[in-house]
Write a protein that binds this ligand. Structure first.
Ligand code: SAM
Length: 473
């Protein structure tokens, strides 16, 4: 029985409710009146139910589909302005005891060279990341209680926060590691993590069990209830995601939104972010074309737009799994965070991997440097942001949502984005990127509505030129 407040995975992600929803959306995909009324509701930025979102996803009326894309773009701008938050993944270890059939880390892959970074290796990777200009990382590791125990992850987080190289600093460490216990989530919180990210991969229990045939990740309930345990452990920023291409996208989008509704209903705060990874080619012959549910670009765009309308205050993340062109479209339709200059191999920032090593998790589509990505964002009229202020000011969970919902983003996030961009330009940008960035900042400063904040911002931008760092509102 479907129960949004239940603590049991199969009740808050109820298969029958998803199937009924899909039946309902199929029947209403040409129901103009209904779709118009859903769009009307979406335009108030109050979000949509999973049923309403499913109808939009299936909508076949071309003029209304165009309206979905326009509205997604409008809402994106209303809430996030033109800021794009930047981050990079840091792969700690590819040791893994699971048997996930789409992931080359699976334990049966004998020719992948297994690697785990020592604290000294981490120091070198982090310095390389700081030297590019990164301030935010997402830690990634395979699941292996012997090689990657929680103590290793905690020690690595401490190491990362402790490194201050030139003007560099990693100010927010998000963590993407396998589902764990309430106690371990508490320890991650105490170590000062930002968001705890865990992709569900698929919400369909049967498909999930087939895709994860062995290892601890096989347990659907333990994996699906992980965010509940994270919340109980005190982590109030959690990041959801589906690996699109594994299972029917319609099923998974509904499941994803039901998961968000569950967190909101039980903990009063929905997911901080939603990631939209798509399956990529990877070592050991992993090829998305061998999976029958590949998501074409057009549908992928629709998924992003519908998520934007359904959960307007949830940040949306896209990685370098996607090409430059797809990332551009994703940004227009609602994505608010992107990674840049990523390496998915263990130790890849210091030493690009040798051909026979195969330590990477998947192939990257966007191989540009961070400077190139930043410069490209300027060309798109975006403000690349290296901001980590909310988390450092304790504005996590519902405190962040309150800030977002009361429209204070323009007086808070916007100046913070500009100051962190200014730091980037001073410390890391190429001369051409710096020139473009300075022009953009000069224009963007004028958009801060509150006069006092604006004048303080102008002072701080000068202070940054004089060598001071780390201002925030
Ligand atoms: N091991 C952890 C877990 O079990 O969730 C998390 C980290 S894993 C390094 C990060 C994510 O990469 C996985 O959750 C999965 O969605 C994604 N991934 C795995 N194989 C992939 C592939 N071939 N293409 C794209 N993404 C992939």
């Amino acid at each position: 029985m479907y129960d949004v407040k239940s603590k049991h995975a199969t009740e808050f992600i109820d298969d029958a409710e998803i199937l009924e929803t899909l039946d309902y959306s199929e029947k209403n995909k040409n129901n103009r009146q209904l779709i118009e009324s859903i769009l009307e509701r979406a335009s108030t930025c109050k979000g949509l139910t999973h049923r309403e979102a499913a109808v939009l996803l299936d909508c076949e009326l071309e003029d209304l589909n165009s309206r979905i894309y326009e509205l997604a773009n409008e809402i994106k701008h209303r809430i996030y302005g033109n800021r794009i938050v930047m981050f990079a993944p840091l792969y700690l270890s590819n040791y893994c005891v699971n048997g996930c059939i789409y992931c080359p880390y699976h334990y049966k892959n004998k020719h992948m060279k297994r690697k785990k970074l020592s604290q000294e290796d981490i120091r070198r990777e982090v310095i390389a990341l700081q030297d590019m200009g990164h301030k935010r990382l997402a830690l990634e590791a395979g699941e292996d209680p012997v090689n990657n125990p929680i103590e290793y992850i905690l020690e690595s987080i401490d190491t990362i926060y402790s490194i201050k190289h030139k003007n560099g600093a990693i100010r927010r460490v998000n963590v993407n590691i396998a589902a764990t216990t309430v106690e371990n989530y508490r320890r991650l919180k105490e170590a000062g993590i930002g968001t705890y990210i865990l992709f569900q991969e698929t919400y369909n229990k049967k498909a999930y069990e087939e895709l994860h045939p062995t290892g601890p990740k096989h347990n659907y309930a333990y994996h699906t209830e992980a965010m509940d345990r994270a919340m109980e452990g005190g982590i109030d920023d959690v990041g959801l995601g589906v690996l699109f291409g594994l299972n029917l996208y319609r099923y998974d989008l509904v499941g994803l939104l039901m998961h968000a509704e569950h967190l909101e209903a039980v903990y009063g705060v929905g997911p901080h972010t939603i990631s939209v990874p798509r399956l990529r080619p990877a070592d050991d012959g992993i090829n998305p074309e061998d999976f029958s549910n590949a998501v074409p670009d057009k549908i992928f765009e629709k998924i992003i737009a519908v998520i934007r309308l359904a959960v307007p205050y949830t940040g949306m993340i896209i990685s370098t799994r996607e090409s430059k062109n797809m990332r551009k479209r994703a940004i227009e339709l609602g994505v608010s965070q992107i990674s840049g200059a990523s390496r998915t191999s263990v130790g890849g920032y210091v030493e690009p991997e040798e051909e026979d090593e195969n330590t990477a998790q998947f192939d990257i589509s966007d191989n540009r440097t961070l400077d190139q990505v930043v410069s490209w964002l300027f060309d798109l009229g975006c403000v690349p942001s290296f901001c980590t202020a909310c988390y450092r000011e304790g504005r996590t969970g519902d405190r962040f949502m309150r800030l977002a919902k009361t429209g204070q983003i323009q007086n808070c996030c916007h100046p913070n984005a500009l100051m962190t961009l200014k730091e980037y330009l001073e410390d890391y940008a190429s001369p051409e990127t710096k020139r473009k960035g300075e022009e953009l900042i000069a224009k963007e400063v004028l958009k801060v509505p509150n006069e006092k904040v604006r004048s303080l911002l102008i002072d701080h931008l000068k202070n940054i030129e004089e060598g001071k760092r780390d201002f925030r509102f």
